[in-house]
Every structure is written in C-alpha cells, then in structure tokens.
Design a protein around this ligand. Structure first.
Ligand code: C2E
Ligand code: MG
Ligand code: MG
Length: 701
C-alpha cells in the first residue's frame, strides 16, 4: 500500500462521473497519490466510512437511496469527524451555504471541477477538519479542566460591555444561574470595599498597561452576606493594535486556603500552650507602641517582665503537666485582671511580659506590677496540689532614647534581676545604673577572655604554718589578675564571672601548672622534712571535666612533684551535689596520694553529710569563725567542735584567717594543728615568698 496516498471515499452512482473524477485525481500524481474507494449507494458509504477509515468523502447528492442534503446529514451523523466535499450537478448558492452550515467542507459543481480545484478542495477539507478536531479537543480539555478545578468562568466583552458569568461562577457566590444578573456592576458591588480599588487597578494594569496577565485575590460577599476569599484570573484578547476588547478568566474559591494561612500566621505568633501572644507578636506590638510614642508623647507605656519563682521546683517535683497547668492558671489569672488594650505574652518557659498602654506615668505601671505580684503570690490549686509561686517584676517605662522594642525588653529583664536580687520586692524600675552595671559585667567577661589568652593571671602565696612551732609547712596559692587598666584584682572581683562563663576551667589549669612548677623550685632551694606543700583552690566545674584526675597527675609528673605535696581545696558548696562522676575523680586523686581539703568549712549547709559521703584529709575552718573566737562563746564552742570532729575522723584541721596573737594562742590551746592568716603573713608574690623562705632557712641554720 502506498503510505502517502490520501484515502478518498467516492460516493457516486453515475459510473461515467466516477471515472471522470478518478481520471482527474490520477493526473495529479505530482501532488501525491490518491487511493480511491468507490461506492454507488449511501448506505454502503456509511458502512465504508466506519470500516475503511477514509480521509475525505466526495459525495454526490443524487443517489439511488438518498437525495439532497439529507444524504450528507445522514453520513455526517454516522461519521462526524469525516470531512465531506459535496459534488452536485445543480448550482444552488442557497443549498451550498446550507451545506457548509451543516458541516460540509466544500460544495463543488461537477462540471466546473478540474484537477487543481479538486485537489485544493480535498487538501483544505482534510486540513480544516484536522484543525477543527484539534480545537474541539482542546476546548473539551479546557471544559474538563474547568469543571475539574471547580472554577467559575467569566467573560467580559470590554468594548460591548457585555459580561458573562458561568453557572459555576454564580454558584461560588451562592446564587442559582438566574438569580444573578450578568452585569459587571453586580460583581463589583459584592467585592469588599477595602479590596475593590486594588481589584480595579489590577484589571487596568492588564487591560491598559499590558501587564502579562490579570490575577487578583479579594473578598467577595456571597448571597448569605458572608465574605469569601476568591482568586480571580483572566487574559485579555487584543486586536492588531494591541487594544484589549475582551477578557475572560476564572474565579476560584480560596477561602479554605486563606483560613489555613490565617491559622498558620496565628500559630506563628502565639504560644501553643497558653494561646497567649509569643515573643514575636509581643515585639511587634511593642514596636507599634514605641512608634506611636515617638509621634506623640502624651501617653506613656510600660513593659513589665517577670518569671515565675520556683517554677523549676514545681516542674521537677510535681511533673511537667502540673508545671504546664501552673503556667495556664497564672496566665488566666493575669488575663482576667488586665485591661483589653494590654498585651500579656509568654516569651518562653516561665517568662512572661506585659505591655501596658495609655499610662499617665510610672506610678500607674508600679501599681499594676504590685497587683500582679499579689495575684501570683496567691495559692494555686492544681490537680489536687497546693502550689505557690511568686514573681519579681522588672519595669521599663517608655522613653525617647528607646529606638527598638528589644531594648525595652532587655531593660525590663535587667530590672527584674535587680528585683530578685533585692529580695522579696514586688517590682523594680529600670534605671540607667542597672544598664551600667550590666555593661560592666559584659566588659568584665570580654576582659576575662582576653586575660586567659594573654595569661594576665599571677599567683600569690600565703604561708600555712604549724601552730605549735609557727614554722611554714606549705602555701595556699591564691589567684590574682593583673588587669591592664584596673591593676591587681582579687578573686572576689572576677571569680563569679569566671565561674559563670566557664573560664574558670582554663584559669584553674593554668594556676595548677604554675603553682606546681613554683613549688618544685622552692622544694629544690629550701629542702625540708616533710617537703613544702602547695594548696590549690579547685572550682567545682573542674570535676565535671572528663579524666580530670588523670590530667592533674600528668601535671605533677611533668613538674617532677610528688603527689603528697599537692593539696586540693574544695568548698562545700562546690561539691554539694557530689555526682558519681565527680566522686570517682576524687577517689582517683586520693588514691594517687594527693590530699583533699574542705575549704571554708562550716559555711555550707550540710557539712556533716558532706563528710560522710567522702573522707577528706583536712578541714579548713572558715575565717568567719576564727575571726570571732574570743568574742562569743558560741563561736569558741563551734571551733572547738570542728577541731574535735577532725581529730575523731582522723583529719588535719587548718584555721583560716588568723589575724591576732590572741587568736593564735587560743587556737594553739584548743590544739588546732595548723593555721594561716595575716598574723603570719599576707599572701605574697613568689619573689617575696622566696626571700621569706630564705630568711627562715637562715634562721634555722
Ligand atoms: P579561700 O580559699 O578561703 O582563700 C582564703 C582567702 O582569705 C584569701 O582571699 C586570702 O587572701 C584571705 N585571707 C587570708 N588570711 C586572711 C586573714 O587573716 N584575714 C582575712 N580577712 N582574710 C585572709 P583571696 O585571695 O581574696 O581569695 C578569695 C577566694 O577566692 C578564696 O577563698 C578562694 O575561694 C578563691 N580563690 C582564690 N584563688 C583561687 C584559684 O586559684 N582558683 C579558684 N577556683 N578559686 C580561688
Ligand atoms: Mg582556699
Ligand atoms: Mg577558705
């Protein structure tokens, strides 16, 4: 079979005519081949149309079993996709027009037909049919898509100002087809007044200014009077000059999506547990208040910041769900008390902040803070438990120098810390001194970091003496910071910050190495029996380090020092929660021969429990007791008891802070074995200790 041949179904009862057509098409072989299938009757033609898959039909209207356009109509009904060219003897313009209207592709008069005309007609017929088919398919596809997407359609003939709304368009607005007039104004009347201008200008942008397509989201009132969110899209049809004369598009109900978006926005701005505004929303509102204040300073506003005291205890002892209930109950109590214009927010954990608007002055804010303090101090009953909490409140009042909301929140936070520190006060108002001291802390921390890097620390040494002979048996190493601007600093000026920042750990290690090296040198220059020892103060933080004991022993080996000469001082408070890991390190140190001393003994809360859990080598009686001996009977009794306790447990006792000869004599009398204090010597730098030892050695010799 010739693959390129066009398949023609020729329906012609006159055999001579049929031969003629065949001949015409045969001569056209330059334009491609034709394969002709011939039949004389319509009934047969209908069958062949279905079975042989012709591409075009040439149809005579005068057939034995049919006459006139009826024949065409019948065939067309059976195979509507088939292009049909009508061949007739009679020239009848009216009939020709009718035929085309009914779907015929062409209408040719037999006697006028010649090869070129016939071939062009066949080709056009096939082409047109194909195009129409494609168009219909695409229209169907579009109609299906629209139906599937559930969109409404609108079509506005701009120049004629005629608009069409599809039944689905009207149904989206809750109307039946006939209930809504096809008028543009009736649409616009239902658009939310706040959205209308924008909608119109979006339309204009597309129609007049040539923006690529029209797309707009707005609210529109439905039949029931509720607003829906819709997405309206459209595309203009333009004439040759580019002027839009028609625009058509779709309408989609996006209310569900908008609701979901609103929910997401709400969630992002609110705390999940209490449903209160969260930090983000709080800062937003604070920002608005601040801007308003900068425009008009008639009214003031304030930030109140607080957390719930003992909240952690409640969580730890009664469980998190009770903790959550407490937060909820507290939030509820506060909300009932606050005015509608105020904002209560949960910033995280047990931290809350309140924004008080429209205040006459500071006194208003203080009054509210006091009320809140009172409200929160009242008992809460939660899950059958009586729970108590309280709150110290920090207040920051609006002021011109505040530029950003975070600054006010920070100041209220600082004020809260001040309030907590001053004890059970309801509230503290931020003042610039607080900022100064906060800045000073910050500076101290930065300085400390630099000091560690540049090794700005030095050790001073205070002799520890035998009270019986007053001979030096060792030294306590005491840390000093040679600050480049502030001079020599004592531990109370920086140890707190060092602990808080964790810098105490590297500082301790530096000190340990330095003291061991120093001691080794003194032992070498001033040999004694037993050899001189050094006591080093160890922060509790060091025990939380992995393989701490191992590192200490390595340091000793490095300096060539025997373990008995190293004494580590640990305060009760530092080791209060003797964790298992810390105890293991202590044991390892002790096994290696290093002595462990309890520093500031008697000042902790649980001295005796502490001793029971681990055996130490020495107790250092805190200098607050030693300073008071001979002043009160009670102190004398306590010091004697500590000395007796040490003896019973087989521990050495060292009295700290011996300042007078009387104290020395009394302690000697009480049989306290060792002591240190200004009476013997203040802490000295290593050079001074060197000459002290040198003098001592000369005296002995
Ligand atoms: P501490 O271990 O109880 O040290 C004794 C403190 O008492 C020292 O103060 C010392 O100068 C002071 N002192 C000694 N004799 C007398 C006296 O007769 N009268 C009075 N009033 N005070 C006396 P310093 O050097 O200011 O150290 C204070 C605290 O800082 C130490 O108390 C210790 O807990 C801590 N510390 C010192 N050096 C270090 C260190 O290297 N590491 C660690 N973690 N803490 C250290
Ligand atoms: Mg000490
Ligand atoms: Mg001490």
């Amino acid at each position: 079979m010739n693959r390129g041949a066009i398949r023609v179904l020729l329906v012609e009862d006159d055999l001579a005519q049929a031969d003629l057509i065949r001949a015409l098409l045969d001569t056209a072989s330059d334009d491609g081949d034709f394969r002709i299938d011939h039949t004389q009757r319509l009934s047969e033609a209908k069958q062949r149309a279905l079975e042989t898959d012709p591409q075009v039909v040439l149809l005579d209207l005068n057939l034995p079993d049919s006459y006139g356009l009826i024949g065409f109509q019948e065939l067309h009904r059976v195979a509507p996709w088939l292009p049909v060219i009508i061949l007739t003897n009679v020239k009848d313009e009216n009939e020709a027009a009718r035929a085309v209207r009914l779907g015929a592709q062409d209408y040719l008069i037999k006697r006028e037909v010649e090869t070129a005309l016939l071939i062009r007609s066949i080709r056009y017929a096939i082409e047109r049919q194909r195009a129409e088919e494609a168009l219909r398919e695409s229209e169907e596809r579009y109609a299906l898509a629209v139906a599937g997407a559930n969109d409404g359609l609108w079509d506005w003939h701009v120049t004629k100002n005629v608009v069409y709304f599809s039944p689905r368009w009207k149904a989206i607005l809750g109307f039946k087809s006939r209930e809504f007039r096809d008028r543009l104004e009736d649409w616009f009347d239902r658009v939310h007044p706040e959205d209308l201008d924008e909608l119109k200008s979006a339309l204009n942008e597309h129609l007049i200014h040539g923006v690529a397509h029209f797309e707009h989201e707005h609210r529109v009132r439905n039949k029931a009077g509720q607003y829906l969110w819709v997405l309206c899209r459209g595309l203009a049809v333009r004439d040759e000059s580019g002027t839009a004369y028609r625009i058509a598009g779709s309408l989609t109900d996006i209310s569900a999506r908008k609701r979901a978006e609103a929910q997401l926005r709400h969630d992002a701005m609110h705390d999940a547990l209490t449903r209160l505004p969260n930090r983000t929303l709080y800062l937003d509102r604070l920002d608005i208040a601040l801007r308003r204040y900068h425009r008009n300073k008639d009214k003031q506003f304030a930030v109140l910041f607080f957390d719930l005291d003992r909240f952690k205890n409640v969580n730890d002892s009664l469980g998190h769900s009770i903790g959550d209930e407490l937060l909820l109950a507290a939030a509820k109590r506060l909300q009932q008390f606050l005015r509608p214009g105020d904002t209560l927010a949960r910033l995280g954990g047990d931290e809350f902040a309140i924004l008080l608007n429209d205040l006459e002055g500071l006194a208003d804010a203080q009054q509210v803070a006091e009320r809140i303090h009172e409200l929160l101090a009242r008992e809460f009953t939660i899950g059958g438990h009586e729970v108590y909490t309280s709150a110290s409140i920090g207040i920051a009042l609006s002021a011109s120098h505040y530029q950003r909301p975070e600054e006010m929140l920070r100041d209220a936070d600082l004020a809260m810390y001040q309030a907590k520190r001053s004890g059970d006060v309801a509230a503290e108002v931020f003042d610039s001194d607080m900022h100064q001291s906060a800045m000073a802390v910050l500076k101290l921390e930065t300085d400390l970091r630099r000091a560690v890097e540049r090794q700005e620390f030095v050790l001073h040494y205070q002799p520890i003496v035998s009270l019986a002979t007053e001979r030096i048996i060792g030294f306590e190493a005491l840390l000093r910071w040679q600050h480049p601007e502030r001079g020599l600093l004592h531990p109370e000026q920086f140890i707190g910050a060092a602990e808080e920042t964790g810098l105490i750990v590297p500082i301790c290690w530096l000190g340990l190495h330095e003291a061991c090296l120093q001691l080794r040198e003194w032992q070498y220059r001033f040999p004694t029996h037993p050899p001189l020892s050094v006591s080093i103060n160890i922060s509790g933080k060091l025990f939380l380090q992995a393989r701490m004991a191992e590192r200490v022993l390595a340091a000793l080996t490095e300096c060539g020092l025997s373990p008995e000469c190293l004494h580590l001082e640990i305060t009760e408070s530092a080791m209060l929660d003797h964790r298992e890991a810390a105890l293991a390190e202590l044991r390892a140190l002790r096994q290696a021969g290093i002595e462990l001393h309890v520093d500031d003994f008697g000042t902790g809360y649980s001295s005796l429990t502490y001793l029971q859990r681990f055996s130490y080598d020495s107790l250092k009686i805190d200098r607050s007791f030693v300073g008071n001996v001979l002043r009160t009977e009670e102190t004398n009794a306590i010091v004697k008891a500590i000395i007796a306790l040490g003896k019973m447990l087989g521990m050495n006792v060292i009295a700290e802070g011996v300042e007078t000869r009387e104290q020395l004599l009394w302690l000697r009398e009480a049989q306290c074995p060792q002591g240190q204090g200004f009476w013997f010597s203040e802490p000295l730098d290593s050079a001074a200790v060197g000459s002290l030892l040198w003098k001592g050695a000369r005296r002995v010799n």
